[in-house]
Design a protein around this ligand. Structure first.
Ligand SMILES: [Zn+2]
Length: 713
C-alpha cells in the first residue's frame, strides 16, 4: 500500500488536468485515470503516476499535435473594406474562427460560471420584463450591453445553455422590427430614467454590434435584411431626430455596423447615412487637438466629453470616421489623443483615470470598469484599422492587468472603479472621486451604478475573438498572444489551422504549429512586443534574423502540416517611472503589485452575487529599494504552475521578491493611499523583502511605489 498523497499534491494535480494547456499531459493524465479506478491501491498508484506526469509536464511543456490537426472551414469569410472606404491594415476574423484554449478558455469558463452566465436569472434589469424582451422594464442600454458580451462568450465556449439565452434575446429583436424599420423596445411603453432616452439612437447602436457578431457566428439570414431596413429608417429620420446626448459621443459604434453591412451589400445609402450622422457627432479630434483638461477636474466641470467611458470609446472614433472621410488626419488623430491622455490622465494599468470623469495621474484615483472593456474594444478596432503593433501592446496591457484586477477572482462580483494603488475597498463617503459614489470600489453586483454590471461581459470574449486577424496579402497575423486555435482561409482559399500553445503572459515561450489543408505559401505575422528585447524566433528549426521589438515580424514561406514556429520573448523585470517619479515594476506585458493580505467582509446581498468590502491585513506603505541603473538585478523571480485561477492572489503564477522599507508618513487618507511622496524618499525603517504578484492577480495592491533613497556608504 502506498503512502497517501500529501494533501497539497491534489490541487496541483487538479490544476494540471484542468489547465488543458498541454494537450499531451492532459491526455496522459486522463488515460492513467481510466486505468486505475477499481482498487484503492490502484487509485493511489494512479495519482502518483499522474503527479509524476504533471511534474514532468510542468517542468518541460510538451506540445499537443502528435495527431494531425485538420483545419475546419471558417464560419464565414473575411470582408475587407469596399471602395470608397479606405483599406484597413488588417481585418478581424469572423466570430468563431478563433477558439480560446488553456488558461484563456478556463477564464471564459470562470466568466460563464459567474455573473455573465447567470445575471439574467436574478437581476431585474435583464429579467423577463426587459423592454428588449417585449416587457415594460429597463428599455435602454442594459439588454444590448449584456448581449454584446454574451454572444461571443456563448459561441466561443460553444455552450448550449448560453446559446439558448442568446437566441431568446436576439430572436425577440429579429421578430419585432416595426413596419417603419425601428428596432428594440416600444418607445411608448418602456421604462426610461429620462424621457429623451425613448428617442435615443444609442442603445440600438449596441444591439447592432450584437447582431453583427451573432450573424458571423450563425449566418442567420434574418440579420442583414433587418439591418438594411433599420438603416433606411435611421436615414429617413436622421435630420428630424438627430443624435443627442450619449449617441453623439458614441456614434462610431454605429459607423462600425454601417461599414460591416456596406462591405457585404455595397449599398450607397449606407454611406449616405454615415455622412449624414457626422455633423451630428461630437468632434473628438478637435477636443484632443486643443485639450484643456490637464488635471483632475472639478465636479462642476464634468460633462459628457470628460466622461471616462465616452473617452475610452472615442479612442477609435476618428480612425473609424477616417475610413470614409479619407482624411489621413482623421485616421491618425489617435496618436494625439493618446499623447495628451497619457500625459494628463495615464495610469500604470494601461487605462486613463476617470472616476467617472478625468481624474489625473494620481494612482489613488479610479477608472471605471466600462472604460476597461470599451478601451479594449477601441484598441481591437485600432489595430485592424492602422495595423500598428503598439496598439497590441496597449491592448494586452489592459487585458492582462486592468481587466482581471477589477473582478472578484470567481467573477461573481466586480468594482465600478479600480485604483492602481488600492489599499482599502469599502463603502466610504468623502472618497476622492470626481463624481462617483461612496461604494464605487467595493466588489459587488452593481456598485455605484449598474452600467458596468451590464457592459462588463464583452472584455474577455472580444479579447479572445481578436487575437488573430487577416492580412491584406492573404496571410494571418497574431496581434496579441494567448493559448488559442485559429481556423481561417489563406492564400488561394486554402484552409489552415494554427494551434498556439503558451502560458503567456506569465511565461516567455509561445509555440505555433501550422496545419494547412495542403502545402501553401502565405505570410504569417507575429507581433514582437516593444519590451521584448532579445526576442528569438525559430521557424522549422532555423533561427530568424532581424527580429525587432515594436514590429510585426513577417514569415513568408511554404507551410506544410506540422510546421512549427517558436517565439521567445524575454521577460526581464524592468521599471517604469510614473506619478511623482514613482516606480512601477513590469515583466513582459504584466505590471506587478504588492501582495496585500485581504479580509473579505460581506456587506450586502446573497452569495454568490453578494457585495464585499476588502480590508488589508498586512501593511501596504512600502517604498522599494532598487538598483536604478540595473533594475532587473533587484528582483528574484519565482514561477508557479498556471492553474485554474491565475488572476487571484493565491493563484499568481509569477512572484517577484524585492527589498523594501516602510514609509510611516505615507498613510491612509479618505480610504485611499494618501498623497504620494516625491521619489526618492529616505526611510530609516528596517529593510524587508516583499512579494509582488501580477496586478491582475491582486484585489488590494500598491503598484506605483515610492523609491527609497539609497543610504550612504
Ligand atoms: Zn460602467
Amino acid at each position: 500500500m502506498g503512502t497517501p498523497l500529501p494533501e497539497k499534491g491534489i490541487p496541483m494535480l487538479k490544476r494540471t488536468i484542468n489547465s488543458n494547456l498541454l494537450g499531451r499531459c492532459r491526455s496522459t493524465l486522463l488515460k492513467v485515470g481510466n486505468a486505475g479506478t477499481s482498487v484503492r491501491a490502484g487509485i493511489v498508484l494512479t495519482l502518483l503516476l499522474a503527479l509524476l506526469a504533471s511534474l514532468r509536464c510542468a517542468s518541460k511543456p510538451q506540445p499537443v499535435h502528435q495527431a494531425r490537426v485538420t483545419p475546419k472551414a471558417p464560419a464565414a469569410r473575411v470582408h475587407w473594406n469596399r471602395s470608397p472606404l479606405i483599406p484597413t491594415g488588417f481585418a478581424p476574423l469572423p466570430l468563431g474562427s478563433i477558439k480560446p484554449q488553456g488558461w484563456l478558455r478556463q477564464q471564459l469558463q470562470t466568466q460563464a460560471d459567474g455573473l455573465s452566465g447567470h445575471l439574467d436569472e436574478f437581476w431585474p434589469d435583464l429579467g423577463p420584463n426587459s423592454g428588449w424582451l417585449g416587457g415594460i422594464g429597463e428599455s435602454w442600454e442594459r439588454g444590448p450591453y449584456f448581449l454584446d458580451g454574451l454572444v461571443p462568450l456563448a459561441y466561443l465556449l460553444e455552450d448550449p445553455r448560453l446559446i439558448a439565452k442568446v437566441k431568446k434575446w436576439v430572436n425577440w429583436t429579429l421578430e419585432n422590427q416595426r413596419p417603419d424599420g425601428a428596432i428594440g423596445p416600444d418607445k411608448s411603453r418602456g421604462k426610461f430614467q429620462h424621457s429623451w432616452q425613448a428617442e435615443d439612437w444609442w442603445p440600438n447602436m449596441v444591439m447592432l454590434k450584437v447582431l453583427t457578431q451573432y450573424h458571423e457566428a450563425t449566418d442567420d439570414p434574418r440579420v442583414i435584411p433587418l439591418m438594411q431596413r433599420y438603416f433606411d429608417y435611421h436615414l429617413k429620420y436622421a435630420a428630424q431626430r438627430p443624435l443627442i446626448e450619449w449617441a453623439s459621443y458614441r456614434w462610431a459604434e454605429e459607423l462600425l455596423s454601417i461599414y460591416w453591412l456596406y462591405n457585404r451589400t455595397g449599398e450607397p445609402r449606407l454611406l449616405e447615412l454615415a455622412r449624414a450622422l457626422h455633423p451630428q457627432a461630437f468632434d473628438w479630434k478637435s477636443h484632443f487637438a486643443n485639450f484643456s483638461y490637464k488635471e483632475k477636474i472639478q465636479k462642476k466641470d464634468a460633462s459628457l466629453k470628460t466622461h471616462v467611458v465616452n473617452n475610452a470609446m472615442a479612442l477609435k472614433s476618428s480612425a473609424v470616421w477616417g475610413l470614409l472621410s479619407g482624411d489621413e488626419s482623421d485616421k491618425k488623430a489617435i496618436y494625439k489623443m493618446l499623447e495628451v491622455m497619457d500625459q494628463y490622465h495615464g495610469q500604470a494599468n494601461g487605462l486613463h483615470a476617470g472616476d467617472e470623469h478625468y481624474a489625473g495621474r494620481d494612482p489613488s484615483q479610479g477608472s471605471e470598469l466600462c472604460s476597461v472593456v470599451e478601451a479594449m474594444f477601441s484598441f481591437e478596432q485600432l489595430i485592424a484599422i492602422l495595423g500598428d503593433p503598439s496598439f497590441g501592446d496597449r491592448w494586452e496591457r489592459i487585458a492582462f492587468n486592468a481587466l482581471p484586477a477589477t473582478f472578484k477572482p470567481d467573477m461573481w462580483a466586480h468594482q465600478y472603479d479600480q485604483q492602481v494603488n488600492q489599499v482599502l475597498c469599502s463603502v466610504l463617503p468623502g472618497r476622492n472621486w470626481t463624481t462617483n459614489g461612496p461604494d464605487s470600489n467595493i466588489f459587488g453586483l452593481e456598485p455605484n451604478f449598474g452600467c458596468c454590471t451590464a457592459n462588463m461581459h464583452q472584455g474577455w470574449p472580444k479579447f479572445a475573438s481578436h487575437l488573430w486577424m487577416a492580412t491584406p496579402d492573404q496571410g494571418l497575423v497574431a496581434v496579441a498572444y494567448a493559448p488559442s486555435r485559429v481556423d481561417a482561409y489563406v492564400r488561394g482559399g486554402v484552409e489552415v489551422a494554427i494551434i498556439e500553445e503558451t502560458e503567456y503572459p506569465f511565461r516567455e515561450g509561445i509555440q505555433f504549429t501550422v496545419y494547412p489543408a495542403s502545402p501553401v505559401t502565405f505570410p504569417l505575422l507575429l507581433r514582437i512586443p516593444t519590451w521584448a528585447e532579445g526576442a528569438t524566433l525559430t521557424v522549422a528549426e532555423s533561427q530568424e534574423s532581424d527580429v525587432k521589438p515594436g514590429t510585426f515580424h513577417k514569415i513568408a514561406r511554404e507551410w506544410k502540416p506540422g510546421d512549427k514556429v517558436r517565439l521567445v520573448v524575454p521577460m526581464k523585470p524592468r521599471i517604469t517611472r510614473h506619478y511623482r517619479n514613482s516606480v512601477v515594476v513590469e515583466r513582459g506585458p504584466l505590471a506587478f503589485a504588492l501582495k496585500v493580505g485581504e479580509d473579505w467582509k460581506k456587506i450586502k446581498g446573497e452569495e454568490p452575487h453578494a457585495d464585499w468590502e476588502v480590508h488589508p491585513t498586512t501593511p501596504w506603505n512600502y517604498g522599494l529599494e532598487i538598483d536604478a541603473v540595473n533594475p532587473s538585478t533587484s528582483f528574484s523571480v519565482e514561477q508557479r504552475p498556471v492553474g485554474e485561477a491565475p488572476f487571484s492572489p493565491e493563484g499568481a503564477p509569477v512572484m517577484l521578491r524585492v527589498k523594501a522599507r516602510r514609509l510611516p508618513a505615507w498613510k491612509l487618507v479618505a480610504g485611499s493611499a494618501g498623497p504620494m511622496p516625491m521619489s526618492p524618499v529616505p526611510s530609516k525603517e528596517p529593510e524587508e523583502t516583499v512579494t509582488l504578484i501580477p496586478y491582475g492577480s491582486t484585489n488590494l495592491r500598491v503598484t506605483a511605489f515610492p523609491e527609497i533613497l539609497p543610504l550612504g556608504p
